[in-house]
Every structure is written in structure tokens, then in C-alpha cells.
Design a protein. Structure first.
Lengths: 20, 192
């Protein structure tokens, strides 16, 4: 299947993993 | 000892690998020499690391472009995946550079990397934002201008996601029409 992400989920990750 | 949420420890893979391109307006060099790939990425986290690192579209110099295309597709008409395609084009006025350009561009990027075009995602090659004194342009490029239904669905999704009012129409132009246009604008093959 296609790996889809909705905008809310994408926005939630904007500053989540800055250390990676 | 708290155990970190595993959701925050893994990078979230994207369906496609994408490349960000930057076109610099340097009149001493030819067009191809001014077009450079910035970097490619295939996770949500790497997208944000890049997005947070580069200037917003409204702050790059007039004459410059950002493009986001599927890795392997060059942001030009001549590319094999683009040459039979076209673009949904949104023309922005000067006031909209401050008010809407950056949010429109980010929303477009989120549509691409999140595969918001669903079954039509395979029709989509990428997106371009052109910063110009006479008016900025934002476009979504598709690979086959003869695929009527898929093209219409891409346009409707784009218009919906950008919250463009119903009474404002956006047009789709085939690259072959844009290349051979007589006046300043190519004819619209579709509008939504």
C-alpha cells in the first residue's frame, strides 16, 4: 500500500526529532 | 527511568524519495548551470530538517525557484517524465507573497510527501514555486496531460488543500502548449 501521512501528523513531527 | 515513546525514536519513511532543487537567477550562467539539487530525503524527519534549514520561499530573491520533485525527475520540461505532462498553475499577486505564499508552498509540500493525491500520486512529478517581481507562481506538475480524470482530481485536491475559494478558478496547462505559446499565457486544458 501507499505510505500516506495526513497534514496534522506531518506538522506534529516538525520539531519532534531535531536531534536525529 | 522513563522509556521514550518509540514513535519519536524512529524516522517515518515516505512513500517516495524526493529532491529539493534551487534555481538561482545568475544571468552570467546558462539556465542549466543555475539549477542545482539541494538534497534528497525519504523520511518525514529529514524533510523537516531540510525545510527548517532553508529560507522560506517568500525570502528567496526574485528570479529564483524552489522545486520539489520525485528523486530521478529533473524539474524541467525536457525530462522524460515531464515532457508529455503539464501543470496546475496558481498565480499570486504581490500582496500574497507576504500573506499566503509560504503557507501555500508548505501545504503543497505536505501534499506531495504525504501522498495526498492518493491514487493520482503516481501522476504527480513534483511542484515548483517561482519568485518573480511581476507575480509569484506555484505549480504542481503531472506527467501526462492527456489523463483527464486523474488531472482533474489532482487539481481538485490541490484547490481543496490550499483552501482556494470556490469562485476562484485555477488552470491546467500542458507543457507542450506553454513551450509553443504565442502570447504571454498558454491556454488552459482544464480548470477547477
Amino acid at each position: 500500500g501507499k505510505k500516506q501521512y495526513d497534514r496534522a501528523f506531518l506538522l506534529q513531527l516538525q520539531f519532534a526529532n531535531e536531534s536525529l | 527511568v522513563s522509556i521514550p515513546d518509540p514513535e519519536l525514536l524512529i524516522k517515518h519513511p515516505l512513500h517516495n524519495r524526493w529532491a529539493l532543487w534551487y534555481f538561482k537567477n545568475d544571468k552570467t550562467k546558462d539556465w542549466h548551470a543555475n539549477l542545482k539539487v539541494v538534497t534528497a530525503f525519504d523520511t518525514v524527519e529529514d524533510f523537516w530538517a531540510l525545510y527548517n534549514h532553508v529560507l522560506p520561499a517568500s525570502k528567496i530573491a526574485p528570479g529564483c525557484d524552489y522545486s520539489l520533485f520525485k528523486d530521478g525527475i529533473q524539474p524541467m520540461w525536457e525530462d522524460e517524465r515531464n515532457k508529455r505532462g503539464g501543470r496546475w498553475l496558481i498565480n499570486l499577486n504581490k500582496r500574497q507573497r507576504n500573506m499566503e505564499l509560504d503557507s501555500f508552498w508548505l501545504e503543497t509540500l505536505l501534499c506531495l510527501i504525504g501522498e495526498a493525491f492518493e491514487e493520482q500520486s503516481d501522476d504527480v512529478c513534483g511542484a515548483v514555486v517561482n519568485i518573480r517581481n511581476k507575480g509569484d507562481k506555484l505549480s504542481i506538475w503531472t506527467h501526462d496531460a492527456t489523463r483527464n480524470e486523474a488531472t482533474m482530481r489532482v487539481g481538485r485536491t490541490l484547490k481543496d488543500r490550499l483552501n482556494i475559494p470556490r469562485d476562484i478558478t485555477i488552470g491546467f496547462q500542458a507543457h507542450s502548449d506553454t513551450m509553443t505559446k504565442a502570447g504571454s499565457t498558454a491556454k488552459n486544458r482544464f480548470v477547477v
